[in-house]
Design a protein around this ligand. Sequence first.
Ligand code: HEC
Ligand code: HEC
Ligand code: HEC
Ligand code: HEC
Length: 407
Amino acid sequence: MKVDAVAVGPLDLTSGLALLQTSQQEGFPWLSANLLDKHGRPLFQPVHIKKIGKIKAGIIGLTGAPLHLPADVTLAEWRTVLPELIDKTSRQCDILILLSSLSPAENQEIAQQFPALHLILAADQHSGNMNPQQVNNTLITQTEAQGKYQGILTIDWNTSGRWGQAKEEELTGLRNRIGALDWQLQRMQQRKDLHQPAYLEKIEQVVRDRKIVEQQVKSLEKTLAPNPAGRQEAPCSFSYNFLALQGSMPKSPEIESIITEIKQQITTLHSGKISQDIDFPFLGHTGCVSCHPDQTSFWQETRHAKAYQTLQRKEQALNLDCLPCHITTSPGFSLSRDQLLSLPPALQTVGCENCHSGPGISHASNPVKFQMTKQVEEKICLSCHTKERDNTFEYQKKKELIACPAG
Ligand code: HEC
Ligand code: HEC
Ligand code: HEC
Ligand code: HEC
């Protein structure tokens, strides 16, 4: 995949500066206007200027605050670097774009302050896909983290240098709707039951809908056409779409082999860290079975009981990113790295204490004095069944599948 510009983000610095600088020397187009060396000089190119047809686009990169800055690197505030940069670049370019991993609030503030900036492509970890939002004359938009979506923004730019308001937005909405209908049609036409009469009728309905929307677009376009006197040019417009990465998309063998290699490296790095004399706040299911045999044998048959084995099967049982959801722990506890890598067998499973209000050591020694909670609230499940890991989670339905029997 060819890319024109990538702003250095906070997570890109995790593996150190050297890696980024090597890839930069090999031609990877990193940008950052605010990562500076010890003399206050930018470590990366601050701006990239690209000619697209007749239009000159200026692309600026800004890096959001990382957890740890590598030695000898400082992160300048956007307030100190942006004003001059925007001033200079906007004189050379027709459209000005900012790639920003700053917080949503900071991006808003930047948009308010710099009308010369036309587009902010944001990269906030938590905002997900964000439909373009206009602040003054700046659009702010972003796609969800980790490459789960491809964001496509098509811009029709002219020398007016300003985004259209209301009517253009309506037009954009309609064009997006056509895009969505096309997408739907394309998917429908790939179905095996395509030739079923009922299905054909559905397709025809979509085609009819598309015609109506197309008519609306045409008439709206007419009202927006530049007026013959040519006094004022029509404003610029855009349309957008977020394409989800489908599970059915083919895997890239090249990337897969890199991932396999990284996973093996993690395993090698963490093997041999196992220690016998570490304490754990949890008892483990082996400490409950004597008094709750029926619930234990029921639980043994659920997938929770095999969650750690799943990681072993995938050779990921030493991966600190996976362990917290595939072992015995409970919300509010965060086991240390050493604990995670030294789990005794009784905790190598999503166990009783994950669901029943946490550590059961005192309950097991005196069940009447120290009680455990029977009901399991939804938020406990959601601590692991996140949208990302299980987007079909329905509390009532799934609870029935795992609720231990009375006994
Ligand atoms: C020595 C026997 C014993 C052990 C060991 C034991 N429990 Fe219990 N458990 C009991 C008794 C007795 C009750 C009922 C207490 C009461 O109602 O006052 C109980 C109640 C419970 C309840 C609440 C059930 C309800 O109907 O409200 C849960 C949940 C529970 N135990 C989970 C566990 C878990 C998890 C473990 C292991 C960490 C465990 N127990 C270990 C004896 C034990
Ligand atoms: C500590 C993390 C964790 C908690 C808490 C948790 N689960 Fe799970 N759950 C998992 C993991 C991991 C799997 C997959 C295990 C495997 O197959 O390796 C799973 C699998 C399941 C499955 C089987 C697969 C599926 O999705 O149909 C159900 C059902 C389920 N969980 C329901 C629940 C419910 C309901 C709760 C709350 C009452 C809950 N879980 C709490 C981690 C958790
Ligand atoms: C935020 C909690 C969480 C984290 C972190 C997590 N998982 Fe899971 N995992 C789950 C849940 C919940 C399920 C069950 C989802 C379902 O099938 O409904 C699951 C299911 C799985 C399954 C499918 C089991 C099967 O047989 O179908 C595999 C494989 C898996 N996880 C591997 C991993 C690996 C490898 C990692 C680390 C890279 C990881 N998980 C990190 C929560 C998590
Ligand atoms: C994924 C979550 C989950 C895990 C893991 C789990 N339970 Fe449960 N358990 C439940 C739910 C849900 C119920 C039903 C609660 C209700 O009726 O509202 C339940 C009910 C119980 C009850 C009360 C039964 C009754 O009604 O008298 C006991 C006791 C119990 N579990 C013990 C255990 C023990 C022991 C283990 C481990 C071997 C375990 N649970 C593992 C979710 C879990």
